[in-house]
Design a protein around this ligand. Structure first.
Ligand SMILES: NC(=O)C1=CN([C@@H]2O[C@H](COP(=O)(O)OP(=O)(O)OC[C@H]3O[C@@H](n4cnc5c(N)ncnc54)[C@H](OP(=O)(O)O)[C@@H]3O)[C@@H](O)[C@H]2O)C=CC1
Ligand SMILES: CC(=O)N[C@@H](CCC(=O)OP(=O)(O)O)C(=O)O
Length: 347
């Protein structure tokens, strides 16, 4: 089988390094170009000793440039860059006929106005918003759209854990869309390999705090996808928390039941019973981040409290895995007509 030639732009950061790990192991992919400004000229295995001795790990980082990526023969480029920066690379790569899977938020929203409202600056390439496919393959019809996409906007980490369990219930009218409240906890790698002191060991270890309230930027894409599922505008309450762990997101969502409680499990089963990566844990079973770290799994449990009439959805994923890098590789598999699970079957 001819290997898919891949590039990772922003390969020195956390999601970039996770992409490298997955692509070095992937049986049908070959890394042909990896970029970093700070490590230009250094081989992968020197910057990331974890990869020492692995085939492909002598590849050297290059300065980020669409010309260099095209000259290396890349067919697809993963953008593991800050939002706002990713768009300029997407434009240049698409012009060269290279398919793009963007891990940043630049192409996740259908509306340039909503982007500006949540990201605080005008959208850098509004003309590409219609073309981009929101890459959550588990949503109805989305795998088919991803297969033919030139530009995939890989979803945010929190949104993956929140949207996935809610969508089947909203589609079936089983919960009140106005009653949704969700709280998530994220490991510190969710903030990227940043120098911000708030994410340093002494600030983050043995302490837990909420942040980003009341209007975290991920609300924009969460509400966009929930509104599509509900067929009406949906607004929710969302409170993210930083917890002293490297990886992992644990999300608890609740909403008022408007249908039959037994229909909750049935709706989740109907939507995800045959899914490769969504694992349904059943009623009364909480999801635990330790079971999903370094995997592409999203685990979902659920419950119902008759005293309050509220449904509970309990989900867990790895923010760098199903929340970012492995979800992006899942999209690559679909775009290149591979099995969705190719290279992602690690546990
Ligand atoms: N961390 C997470 O859990 C998740 C992150 N994401 C998104 O993925 C993207 C990457 O995140 P993450 O890996 O955490 O971020 P990091 O901060 O860890 O890495 C960012 C990378 O981008 C490169 N970079 C930064 N600025 C520029 C620039 N102006 N031009 C070219 N390269 C640049 C850096 O490389 P160098 O300085 O060496 O050039 C670095 O490799 C972001 O958009 C993030 O929001 C999405 C889901 C989850
Ligand atoms: C813990 C932490 O800081 N998490 C980040 C979200 C992760 C991320 O990178 O956001 P995208 O998925 O949109 O790219 C934050 O709250 O901004």
């Amino acid at each position: 089988m001819k290997a898919i030639k891949t590039a990772v732009v922003g390969a020195s950061g956390y999601t970039g390094a996770e992409l490298l790990r997955l692509l070095l192991m992937h049986p049908a992919a070959e890394l042909v170009c990896v970029t970093s400004r700070q490590y230009e000229g250094e081989p992968l295995e020197k910057v990331f000793p974890r990869f020492r001795g692995v085939q492909g790990s002598q590849l050297e980082f290059t300065a980020p440039s669409a010309d260099t990526i095209a000259a290396a023969g890349a067919e697809v480029a993963f953008l593991a860059l800050p939002h706002g920066v990713a768009a300029e690379y997407a434009i240049a790569l698409l012009e060269k006929g290279i398919r793009v899977i963007d891990l940043s938020a630049d192409f996740r929203l259908n509306s340039a106005e909503v982007y500006e409202e949540f990201y605080g600056h005008p959208h850098p390439a509004p003309e590409l918003l219609d073309e981009a496919v929101y890459g959550l393959p588990e949503l109805k019809g989305r795998s088919e759209a991803i297969k033919s996409a030139k530009l995939v906007a890989s979803p945010g980490c929190y949104p993956t854990s929140i949207i996935t369990p809610l969508v089947p219930l909203l589609e079936k009218g089983l919960i009140d869309p106005a009653s949704i409240v969700t709280c998530s906890m994220s490991g510190v790698s969710g903030a990227g390999k940043t120098g911000n002191v708030l994410f340093s060991y002494c600030e983050a270890n043995e302490s837990v705090r909420a942040y980003g309230v009341p209007k975290h930027r991920h609300l924009s894409e969460i509400e966009q996808e929930l509104s599509i599922a509900a067929g009406q505008a949906v607004q929710i309450s969302f409170t993210p928390h930083l917890v002293p762990a490297h990886n992992g997101i644990c999300t608890t969502t609740s909403a008022t039941l408007t249908g039959d409680a037994d229909a909750i499990g049935a709706a989740l089963e109907e939507a995800y019973g045959g899914s490769d990566f969504v694992r349904l844990l059943g009623k009364g079973q909480p999801a635990d981040t330790k079971n999903v770290t370094r995997t592409n799994f999203l685990d979902i449990g659920w419950d119902y409290d008759p005293r309050t009439g509220r449904v509970l959805l309990l989900s867990a994923e790895d923010n760098l895995g199903k929340g970012a890098a492995s979800q992006a590789v899942q999209s690559m598999n679909l775009m290149f007509e591979l099995s969705a699970t190719e290279g992602l079957q690690n546990i």
